[in-house]
Design a protein around this ligand. Sequence first.
Ligand code: GDP
Length: 454
Amino acid sequence: MYIHDTIAAVSTPPGNGGIGIVRVSGDLAAHVGITLFKPVKNGGLVSHRFSFGTIYDSAHDQVVDEAMAVFMRGPHSYTRENLLELHCHGGWLVVERVLALVLSCGVRLAEAGEFTRRAFLNGRIDLTQAEAVMDIIASESDSALQLAQNIRGGALSQRIDAIRGLLLQALALVEAYIDFPDDDLGHLDSVAILKAVDDARQQIAELLASFEEGRVIRDGIAVLIVGKPNAGKSSLLNRLLNENRAIVTHIPGTTRDIIEQKVNFEGLTVRLLDTAGIRHTEDPVEREGISRTLAQIPLADLILAVFDASADFTSEDQLILDAVAGRRAIAIMNKCDLPRQLSLPDPALFLETVTIAALSGHGIDHLKQRVSARFLAGSGDSRDRVALSRARHRDALEVAARHLATFGDNFGEQNLELLALDLRGALDGVGSVTGQVVNDELLDLIFSSFCIGK
Ligand code: GDP
């Protein structure tokens, strides 16, 4: 694929910073470099070498900034095209002026993700790797970053290519028999075909089974804190966040809205949601808060049900048990610094019970470890980890799996045309993961969620 126009964008975040980088990709990149950049030393821009100089606006006979410039001759660049980076001072105005000068050289402004889109279209990376670039930028935990790096390095592509190889092998055998039924090929090699398809099916199933783990690593989990008023929910939230985010008072019913904050538990990204205390009340504002809490319960990956362990079990605690029944929940016995009064009628409702004192912080680290251990099983070395982490990949592999299931059903009848159709359907599903099979609409969808300049 060859794209003719040249694009440019600011690749550093908006606002003021130490350095601002304007990136240019395409045929005009060298021309832009020669026109705008005046190196201090003679000799011009050498590919893949930084040079020091000034960015010069000849129309106004004015130095715009002192800068470093690097030119990378394609195909040895991020986009595989000629690529120029101008590293100037990072004030928004100076960066905007440099960009405007670049655009005046016949270059157009890049769309979101367009540099990475070109890297994909020019065959430098496949779609899983392009998406992993975005995941690297968005990573919020070590495990998410490591998984994204593994996929950027091609770990998922290799798995997908292996599955494609098996399906192509099966398809070739089926098509050979369709084309030359009376040939010396003799009989349809059912054993080899079934073996290849079975292996492919198994590998697809393994990847699909990794989706839950991958999703948790990439997106983290939503943890909802529930409990009756004054059980210590806000105190627990503050402990988990190490700051005074939620208002802690002794007046029941103070948290009326849902407070959400992200935090890292031992490598796991957690979206913590503190909620209004659940109880019977006539106050309309508090009732609204409670109904919002109840609506969140089915959406959460985990519920921390906080109980005041220093008080007797009440009908309010029973409301909590009723609300979390059937959900993944941990019972938190809070206020363990005071004499224990509470005994839960049905502790088996919970995955486990953890004892804490939110006020002093006792047991908080243990709680974080328990939650992390539940969701990050830590299977082996994370440097080798490959897991599906995007719903797009899962959906595409599910399409492939469905075609292979039909293939299994059709195999007995030996209708070769139908079998070939099933295999091609499966190949399309698998191929859309890496981008062997894509359309512009899908690419627009994927790359529009990138930032400009990436
Ligand atoms: P919420 O209504 O469930 O959010 O409860 P809060 O976090 O606002 O706490 C209610 C009251 O219980 C406050 O006075 C807290 O200081 C107190 N409290 C919270 N945790 C503990 C604890 O571990 N030990 C003791 N003794 N008091 C606590």
